[in-house]
Design a protein around this ligand. Structure first.
Ligand SMILES: Cc1ncc(COP(=O)(O)O)c(C=O)c1O
Length: 394
């Protein structure tokens, strides 16, 4: 099916497996275990000599449909669905790394990913070096004989920095390492990292894959060989996607392409307007010509995505944080919440929320200033969003 149809068609049709009841919408298999016809069949299923479902910690038909649909969209051989985006990163590292292994990670990644690498995995002997997303020479210089993974988000959260996936994949492969791309900001509707040379994709399905802020979930995608130990970790540790959440995500994927286009259209219009406001010192959005990696972004992505960040200019007597908080508190429509990828626009102050557990030095190194505000632009009319940011025009 992957070769025959366009991605939009795959988002609606791929992976679906219907039962003998002839349902036209995917069924929700809300059950923990599956019955066997005989003891011999049970043994064959457990022994792996007969394919089929066993127990929903590691096999469930609704989750399988979600995995196969997302794999078709990313062009991956296999997808392992997980309980959240963070457990997708955990399963990836636990499946592929051993104590003493080394990861080179972009300095510009989600704060909780930094916590996972530096505070939790480090206790189990994993070494991590943080480098600039936009400077491939730093990645080359950071490689050690123990380097197993390169880990990037592009565009990054919240600065929307863009990394050169092909260049980083080449450096990783010359060093015998794998390139992992967290593709949560773009989704396969906007960017397909495996086609650009990446080896593994991470998703927080919680974001655009759901698209309406309902469920937590995640996914790891790549070749069958790389996914085997990742699946092995999930099967044992149980960081499993629930069948109900998989069913919601299946519905979300059906509208992914039209939603991502609408998010990006609104985001570009809002970013362009923000650039013209005197109270805004700087706007970060990959589809703006002023973005430092604009040309690269437009090669790798089909549009700029839905996330816009900007620095608020403080008024006399105000700190940068006070200015950012005043803007956020004055909004009436946009939701003050740290989630992103929802139909509802969300606004957040990264320095005191998503990145508050990152040290002040690491925040400064990643360019996250106290006046920075991030908007995950939703599907409301853009004029209503501009009106809600009225403090910027005063
Ligand atoms: C880029 C990125 N990756 C991963 C995650 C973690 O996803 P989850 O909240 O589903 O665990 C997030 C959450 O905000 C994120 O923004």
């Amino acid at each position: 099916m992957t070769k025959q149809y366009h991605p939009e068609t795959l988002s609606v049709r791929a992976g679906n497996e219907m039962t003998e009841f002839g349902e036209n919408s995917e069924a929700l298999f809300l059950n923990s275990s599956f019955r066997f016809n005989s003891a011999a069949q049970a043994a064959a299923r457990f022994g792996g000599t007969e394919p089929g479902n066993i127990y929903s910690r590691f096999t469930n038909p609704t989750v399988t449909m979600f995995q196969n649909k997302l794999a078709a969209l990313e062009g991956a051989e296999q997808c392992v669905a997980t309980s959240s985006g963070m457990s997708a990163i955990l399963a990836c590292v636990m499946g592929l790394c051993n104590a003493g292994d080394h990861i080179v990670a972009s300095r510009s990644i989600f704060g909780t990913s930094v916590q996972l690498f530096s505070n939790i995995m480090a206790r189990w002997g994993l070494q991590v070096t943080y480098v600039s997303l936009t400077n491939p020479a730093e990645w080359q210089a950071a490689v050690t004989p123990k380097t197993k993974l390169f880990f990037v988000e592009t565009p990054s959260n919240p600065m929307t920095e863009v990394g050169d996936i092909r260049a980083l994949a080449d450096i990783a492969h010359q060093s015998g390492a794998y390139l992992v791309v967290d593709n949560c900001f773009c989704t396969p509707a906007v960017q397909r990292p495996l086609e650009l040379g990446a080896d593994i994709i991470i998703h927080s399905a919680t974001k655009y894959i759901d698209g309406q802020g309902r469920c937590l979930g995640g996914a790891v995608l790549g070749s069958k060989t790389l996914m085997e130990p990742v699946y092995g970790f999930l099967r044992t540790a149980g960081v499993t996607m629930s069948a109900f959440n998989a069913w919601v995500f299946l519905k979300g994927l059906e509208t992914l392409f039209i939603r991502m286009e609408a998010h990006a259209k609104n985001a570009l219009e809002l970013a362009t307007w923000l650039e013209a406001q005197p109270q805004v010192a700087r706007v970060y959005y990959p589809a703006l010509k002023s973005h430092p990696q604009h040309a690269l972004a437009m090669q790798q992505q089909s549009n700029g995505g839905g996330i816009v960040s900007f620095e608020v200019r403080p008024k006399a007597g105000q700190t940068a944080q006070e200015a950012a908080w005043a803007l956020i508190d004055a909004t009436k429509l946009i939701s003050i919440t740290a989630n992103l990828g929802d139909a509802k626009s969300t606004i957040t102050h990264p320095a005191t929320t998503t990145h508050s557990r990152v040290s002040a030095e690491a925040r400064a190194a990643a360019g996250i200033q106290d006046g920075l505000v991030r908007i995950a632009v939703g599907l409301e009319h853009v004029e209503d969003l501009k009106a809600d940011l009225f403090l910027l025009t005063k």
